[in-house]
Write a protein that binds this ligand. Structure first.
Ligand code: FAD
Length: 318
C-alpha cells in the first residue's frame, strides 16, 4: 500500500489539472469563500456543524500574512451573515509563526478577538514538530489575554502528547479544549510512533487522558478502532450526547466528533443520528492544488485512501 501511495504521488503532477480538480472537489469546498458557504449550507441539512480552513501555510514573506488576516476576517463576517454553525481552523505558519513569532501572535490574537465577539471558536491546527512548542505557547498566551475561544490540536502519534495534555490542563484547568487526531505528518521514529497499531493505541490513550482530565475533547478520526474506543470511553466517563452540545470552549467536560469534508460521511451521519455532535472540517482557497500535492507528499497513505474511495465507494461515502 505504501508503494502504491508513493507511485500515485510521483505521477500526480502528470495528471491533467481538471481531473485532479474533479477528485479534489470532494475534499475541498472550492477556491472561494462563497464555495465554503454553499458547501456548509448544503451539509447543514445533515445536522453537522463546521470548522473552516483557508488553505495555505508556511508563508515566505510576512506580507503574505495580511492575505490570511483579511480572508479570515471576511470568513467570520460571512459565517455570521449566513447564520452558519461554524468555527474556524488556522494554521499558525500562515500567520508568520516561522518568520516572526510576535507578529504571528498579534495576527492570531486579532482574529481570535474578532471571533470571540461573534461567539466563534478558533482552533489552531497542529503542523509538523518544528512548531509544536510554539503553537501551544501561542494558544496559552492568547488565553492569558482573557480569550477563552481558542484551543490547539494534539497528535496521537507524538511521544510527547500525554505530557502536553498535562501541561495544558495544568494551565487551563476545566477550560482546556483539544482536538485530538493521529497526526498527518510522518515524524521521525525518535519522536513519534510510526506503526499503525502503535498510532491507534497512543491516540486512544491521549483521548482517554483528555476525558479523564475533564477537558473538552474533539475526536478527529475516521478510523473505527478510534471511534469505537471513544464511544466506550464516553460511557466510562459518563459523557452522553447531551454533554457534547456546547457553543464553544471553557465549559468543562464535553466532546464532539470531527470529520474531514468528503471522508466517511456515512459514519458521520450515523454518529449524528445517535445524537453526537459532529463537525466537518471544510477547507477552501485558491491554493487547493499546491496544498493537496504537499499533503500527499508528506503522507502518501492519503493517496491510497483517495484512490480507494474512488474505486470502492461503498467503503467511504461522501
Ligand atoms: P486512517 O486510518 O488514516 O483513516 C481511516 C479511514 O478513513 C481510511 O481507511 C479511509 O477510508 C478514510 N480516510 C482517512 N483520511 C482520508 C483522506 N484524506 N481521504 C480519503 N479517505 C480518508 N492532522 C494534523 O497533523 N494536524 C491537524 O491539525 C489535523 N486536523 C485534522 C482535523 C480533522 C477534522 C480531521 C478529521 C483530521 C485532522 N488531521 C490533522 C489529520 C489526521 O491527523 C489524520 O491524518 C487523518 O484524519 C487520517 O487518520 P484517521 O484517524 O482518519 O485514520
Amino acid at each position: 500500500m505504501a508503494f502504491l501511495g508513493k507511485l500515485i504521488v510521483a505521477t500526480m503532477p502528470l495528471a491533467p489539472k481538471p481531473i485532479v480538480r474533479m477528485v479534489a472537489s470532494r475534499y475541498v469546498a472550492g477556491p472561494k469563500l462563497e464555495d465554503a458557504i454553499t458547501t456548509m449550507k448544503t451539509l447543514s441539512s445533515e445536522g453537522a456543524c463546521f470548522t473552516v480552513d483557508v488553505l495555505g501555510e508556511e508563508i515566505t514573506s510576512i506580507d503574505e500574512a495580511n492575505f490570511f488576516l483579511k480572508e479570515y476576517s471576511q470568513l467570520i463576517d460571512s459565517i455570521i451573515e449566513n447564520n452558519i454553525d461554524a468555527h474556524i481552523s488556522i494554521k499558525p505558519t500562515a500567520f508568520g509563526l516561522l518568520i516572526d513569532e510576535e507578529l504571528a501572535f498579534d495576527n492570531i490574537l486579532n482574529i481570535t478577538r474578532k471571533a470571540s465577539e461573534n461567539d466563534i471558536f478558533v482552533r489552531l491546527d497542529m503542523e509538523d514538530s518544528r512548531v509544536t512548542d510554539s503553537t501551544i505557547e501561542l494558544m496559552i498566551r492568547i488565553r492569558s489575554e482573557g480569550l477563552n475561544n481558542i484551543g490547539v490540536v494534539l497528535q496521537g502519534r507524538l511521544f510527547r502528547t500525554i505530557s502536553d495534555i498535562d501541561k495544558i490542563c495544568e494551565e487551563l484547568g476545566p477550560n482546556s479544549d483539544f482536538r485530538i487526531c493521529k497526526g498527518i505528518y510522518l515524524e521521525p521514529k525518535e519522536i513519534a510512533h510510526t506503526g499503525y497499531r502503535e498510532i491507534v493505541d497512543s491516540t486512544n490513550m491521549a483521548i482517554e487522558h483528555m476525558l479523564r482530565n475533564g477537558a473538552y475533547t474533539a475526536i478527529a478520526s475516521h478510523d473505527y478502532p478510534v471511534i469505537d474506543n471513544s464511544l466506550s470511553l464516553l460511557d466510562k466517563y459518563g459523557l452522553s450526547p447531551d454533554s457534547g452540545h456546547r457553543p464553544f470552549s471553557g465549559k468543562g467536560p464535553g466532546y464532539e466528533f470531527q470529520f474531514l469534508l468528503g471522508v466517511r460521511g456515512d459514519l458521520r451521519r450515523k454518529l449524528n443520528s445517535e445524537g453526537h455532535l459532529t463537525r466537518i472540517y471544510v477547507p477552501y482557497g485558491q491554493q487547493w492544488y499546491e496544498y493537496g500535492i504537499r499533503r500527499l507528499k508528506e503522507n502518501p497513505e492519503v493517496a491510497t485512501h483517495v484512490l480507494k474511495a474512488l474505486l470502492l465507494p461503498w467503503t467511504n461515502r461522501r
